[in-house]
Design a protein around this ligand. Structure first.
Ligand code: ADP
Ligand code: MG
Length: 556
């Protein structure tokens, strides 16, 4: 075989390596979970490709993952007989940073100067966690469709360079060999590795095998150490909360426990299973970048992993949901293009939305603290659903919470139903104000007349509110209206007062109109104010000042 070629990591990889090895130090054992999860992905991919090319599976037994250790050589090896990588794939996947998510991660980490371990799992920098415990990593890999002579050996100390050479590999798939750092002896013990696998990878759907121990040393014989079943396919009453939580973590992208989950089986002309989780914390890039790379919802067909299909299975405003959908009746060779126009999938998608909204409603009803956590993390994402999902608009609106002149300070705790419950007989308008901040909203002179009359006003100051309100004109038969827009409804006495005031002010109004010219559409006597001498108001069809400013900022 030719002499190895040495290459430099892309500058960003070196940076990521540095960040990962330093910030993951307190969670260093997760390297094992990350490598096992890659091995499991590789087995999933091979099983999927073998649907079209059955002979890819030939030669070796069952798809599996092996974890072994060698106390003399001080190595831990994670091996799989999955899809494997070609030379180009090795270079592309572990020598450069292919995903734009990782780039965003890097930018975030360097601007915020903060290295939060929780963030790392969300960006698919999993492989590099090997360097938290190893000072040298060797990868041996051969793609399932290449000849035995076309194996690749990749090796690096994680400092800036790696070497590549072509090797003979009789077995397909990938072996990752960790040469442990001097003080990482704990990972050279079989029981320690075994308990980590039970903790983090029990529900990986392929068998994870380890050598049986003989006199404290790894023996020749292997045994399966994980549960190796598809958790979602079991009946609910056979699954503990711990099972659900550990399965969630094995899906990747989050180190924390999930906030809540919902697990359902639909039987009938079309049968499918959904296991959907709501995380506790928003992923770092939920609001900015979450859109183009949505991961975390896996589509299986009869237990065979088909693809990450978050976009096909859930609308954008529920992009925080993680989990698994397993359909019985879709063709195994289904493609992304087919999925986008598939009637069966539409039904599954509607069922997913329903399940998630049911789950959130249940939190709101029965578990106020969890609901508050949910709302803090995902309330603003949910608001997008008001515009995006008109069929569920009323259900979503019911879940929204706002600050209010009758609420608890800046806390977003008042629902539209709370507001309606406090209305006096005959009132038919839900009043709100939008502003850049809670302070600006609550201090606005526009509220004076409402205060004087004792009318509640919702105080909205999230960036998305104005946009959302464009699609929320009505709730439960009540109109939603901006206090800054148009004429206020007045009772008879009020109307009379207004007319008189208008008459008395005529000379002043004329003068002001002349002075302001084109800069004001109109100058009127207002019933809005009780203390301040004047305020700006909008006609019914004008843009709110807050939205106008947002659009200007965005360059419109
Ligand atoms: P992620 O798994 O989120 O994509 P990783 O850093 O864990 O990120 O892995 C990077 C890529 O390297 C994977 O997407 C995959 O293409 C490749 N890879 C890693 N481990 C294996 C493996 N055991 N078999 C095949 N490909 C692998
Ligand atoms: Mg990974």
């Amino acid at each position: 075989n030719a002499t190895p070629e040495t290459r430099k990591f892309e500058a960003e990889v070196a940076q990521v390596l540095h960040l990962v090895t330093h910030s993951l130090y307190s969670h260093k054992e997760i390297f094992l979970r990350e490598l096992i999860s890659n091995a499991s992905d590789a087995c999933d991919k091979l099983r999927f490709e073998s649907i079209a090319q059955p002979d890819l599976l030939a030669g070796e037994g069952e798809l599996q993952i092996q974890v072994s250790w060698d106390p003399q050589a001080r190595t831990v090896t994670v091996r799989d007989n999955g899809i494997g990588m070609s030379r180009d794939e090795v270079v592309a996947n572990i020598g450069t940073i292919a995903s734009s998510g990782t780039r965003r991660f890097l930018e975030a980490m360097s601007t915020e100067q903060k290295t939060d371990a929780r963030l790392i799992g969300q960006f698919g920098v999993g492989f590099y966690s090997a360097f938290v415990v190893a000072d040298r990593v060797t990868v041996l890999s051969r793609r399932a469709d290449l000849a035995t002579g076309e194996g690749v050996k990749w090796e690096s100390d994680g400092k800036g360079e790696y070497s590549l050479s072509q090797v003979d590999l009789p077995e397909r798939g990938t072996a990752v060999i960790l040469h442990l750092k001097a003080d990482e002896d704990e990972f050279l013990k079989g029981w320690e590795l075994r308990s980590l696998i039970r903790k983090y990878s029990d529900h990986v759907a392929f068998p994870i095998r380890m050598p049986k121990e003989q006199d404290g040393k790894p023996g020749e014989e292997f045994e399966t150490v994980n549960d190796a079943s598809a958790l979602w396919a079991k009946p609910r009453n056979e699954i503990s909360d711990e099972d659900y939580q550990s399965f969630y973590k094995s899906l990747g992208h989050d180190f924390n426990d999930p906030l809540a989950w919902t697990h359902n089986r639909v039987e009938g002309s079309q049968s499918f299973t959904t296991l959907l989780y709501v995380p506790e914390q928003p992923p770092f890039d939920l609001m900015m970048g979450g859109r183009d790379e949505r991961k975390g919802l896996k589509l299986y067909i009869k237990r065979v992993f088909i693809m990450d299909a978050a976009e096909e299975l859930l609308p954008n405003y529920l992009r925080f949901v993680r989990g698994v959908v397993d359909a019985d009746d879709l063709p195994l060779n289904v493609s992304r293009e087919i999925l986008q126009h598939n009637r069966q999938l539409e039904r599954i998608r509607a069922a997913c939305v329903k399940r998630v909204l049911d789950l959130i409603e249940k939190l709101a009803r029965d578990e106020p603290e969890k609901f508050a956590t949910f709302y803090k993390s995902f309330g603003n994402t949910l608001k997008e659903g008001i515009a995006e999902d008109s069929a569920n608009r009323e259900r979503i609106a019911k879940l929204l919470r706002f600050a209010s002149t009758k609420g608890e300070g800046a806390g977003q705790t008042v629902s539209l139903d709370d507001y309606i419950g406090r209305m006096t007989v005959g009132e038919d308008t839900i009043w709100y104000i939008t502003a850049d901040s809670y302070a600006a909203a609550v201090g606005s002179p526009q509220l004076e007349a409402f205060k004087a009359k004792g009318t509640e006003v919702l105080l909205m100051s999230d960036r998305i509110d104005e946009w959302m309100l464009g699609s929320l004109n009505e709730y439960a038969g009540k109109k939603l209206r901006n206090v800054a827009k148009g004429e206020l409804p007045l009772d008879e006495a009020g109307k009379k007062q207004q007319e008189e005031a208008n008459k008395a002010a005529e000379p002043l109004l004329k003068k002001l109109k002349d002075l302001l010219g084109d800069r004001a559409g109109d100058v009127r006597v207002s019933a809005r104010l009780t203390d301040s001498p004047s305020c700006l108001a909008l006609s019914d069809y004008e843009m709110a000042p807050h939205l106008a400013r947002l659009l200007r900022e965005a360059g419109h």
